[in-house]
Design a binder for this molecule. Structure first.
Ligand SMILES: *Cc1c(COP(=O)(O)O)cnc(C)c1O
Length: 433
């Protein structure tokens, strides 16, 4: 067992002052049977805790650290920017620079606004869609996470495509009733809902590659159906690419699947590890945002110079490496091939999913296409696997519903070590029923 003595003490202290001892719930390692490692520092593909354990990191701050931790060029750019002050609350030319850059990579984003988190991006995109269409209802898919905005913390009970019920305490029934929920990848259920309610629906929001029920890519025809039905009913189609943007391909899921959404939300990578996100899309929709239009949305720290600097530098570094996304896709494929072989050797049924540099595994006999399938995977085997990997210094997300991320900093040697660790971890998982 690795020594987590200092982390354990730090966790006890933190719990006195913060709910669960953390500032975001999954960090508390619920159900994993060990305290979360408290982090000291991270460099490249490695992360080190306060007990001095160093791990190979496949969490990457939940997605942003696509270049690896503490990338020298990004750090230098942030340091230089910080010397010119950390915030002005006034326009800078670099905000236009990042908006142009994003428009180049995502041509469907004609105009955009920066915010501080993915949550704000999706909340604001929905408000814009409601303002633009004059409609109240929205439609989301079960198991898709779009941040913690009230109207998005709703999922259907037992997969029924009916009025949502609140998924979180504190979300009012009034809010929940305007959120319709349909199972992900279920084209007939979606089409039926649009037939019935399409003309009342302001927006359909989707993770075009789902990454919050572990990694679940869209089935053939799913995104096409979303585009077709939303067009038919004058509903705004919002791609939440906060996670899959720059990862499934550099140009996002919209490029991989050749679908032009009306609006897109970006986050994670575009802040280079600092708090930044954006929403944008068709000009006529974005013209509804204040001060041009009547949809109010603002932010004291929006377009923060440090966050924008880190974002621009991260994107530029990615763009400077030819086939950046393909290189990461290949590393990811190599890793998963090794994990699958380890599972086969141990006799553990395993489903591996990947989309570019996002990936995940399910301890399941059958393929996983939606939230219901994801919930049916073996949680006890996941826990045994997770703990064994942690003990072998491999840092994975402490939940079977989280996606893992490859970075450019992961070396062939890292991947080889991780596969070796998987051999043992799959044997541990095999002991669990
Ligand atoms: C992470 C995530 C969000 C929320 O972003 P925060 O910055 O955590 O608020 C929204 N949508 C998707 C798809 C995400 O993965």
């Amino acid at each position: 067992m690795i020594d987590l003595t200092k982390s354990k003490a730090a966790f006890e202290e933190a719990k006195k002052y913060m709910p669960g001892g953390v500032n975001s719930p999954v960090r508390s390692y619920p159900h994993m049977g060990c305290p979360p490692p408290f982090i000291q520092e991270a460099h490249g593909s490695h992360i080190t805790d306060i007990d001095g354990n160093t791990y190979i990191d496949y969490v990457g701050s939940w997605g942003p650290m696509v270049l690896g931790h503490a990338h020298p060029a990004v750090i230098k750019a942030i340091q230089k920017a910080a010397e010119r002050s950390t915030s002005y609350g006034a326009p800078t030319v670099m905000e236009t620079e990042i908006a142009e850059l994003i428009h180049q990579v995502y041509p469907s984003i004609e105009k955009m606004r920066m915010v501080n988190s993915g949550t704000e991006a999706t909340m604001s995109a929905l408000r814009a869609a409601r303002g633009y269409t004059g409609r109240d209802k929205i439609l989301k898919f079960e198991g898709c996470y779009h941040g913690h905005g009230d109207s998005l913390l709703v999922k259907a009970g037992s997969g029924a495509a009916t009025f949502g019920s609140p998924d979180s305490a504190g979300v009012t029934k009034g809010t929940a009733k305007d959120t319709l929920v349909v199972p992900y990848n279920d084209i007939p259920a979606f089409t039926k809902m649009m037939d019935e309610k399409g003309d009342e629906i302001a927006a359909v929001i989707v993770e075009p590659v789902a990454g919050n029920m572990c990694c679940v890519p869209p089935v053939e025809g799913f995104l096409e159906a979303l585009r077709k039905e939303t067009e038919k009913h004058g509903t705004v189609l919002i791609f939440d690419e906060v996670m899959c943007g720059f990862r499934t391909t550099f140009h996002g899921a919209q490029a991989r699947y050749h679908i032009h959404p009306d609006m897109t939300c970006l986050g994670k990578i575009i802040g280079g590890g600092l708090p930044a996100a954006a929403y944008g899309g068709r000009r006529e929709i974005m013209n509804c945002i204040a001060p041009d239009g009547s949809v109010y949305q603002a932010g004291t720290l929006s377009g923060n110079p440090l966050a924008v600097t880190a974002g621009i530098e991260t994107l530029k570094q990615m763009m400077a490496i030819p086939d950046f996304d393909k290189i990461l896709e290949k590393k990811t494929k190599d890793l998963l091939t090794g994990w699958k072989q380890a599972a086969d050797k141990a006799g553990v049924p395993l489903v591996c999913h990947q989309s570019g540099s996002m990936f995940g595994i399910f301890f399941s006999e059958k393929d996983v296409l939606n939230y219901h399938d994801a919930c049916s995977a073996n949680a006890a085997q996941f826990k045994a696997w997770f703990l064994s990997m942690l003990n072998q210094h491999i840092y994975l997300a402490p939940s079977p519903f989280e996606t893992l991320f490859m970075s450019y900093a992961h070396s062939d040697e890292d991947i080889e070590k991780t596969i070796q660790a998987a051999d043992k971890a799959m044997e541990e998982a095999a002991k669990v029923k």
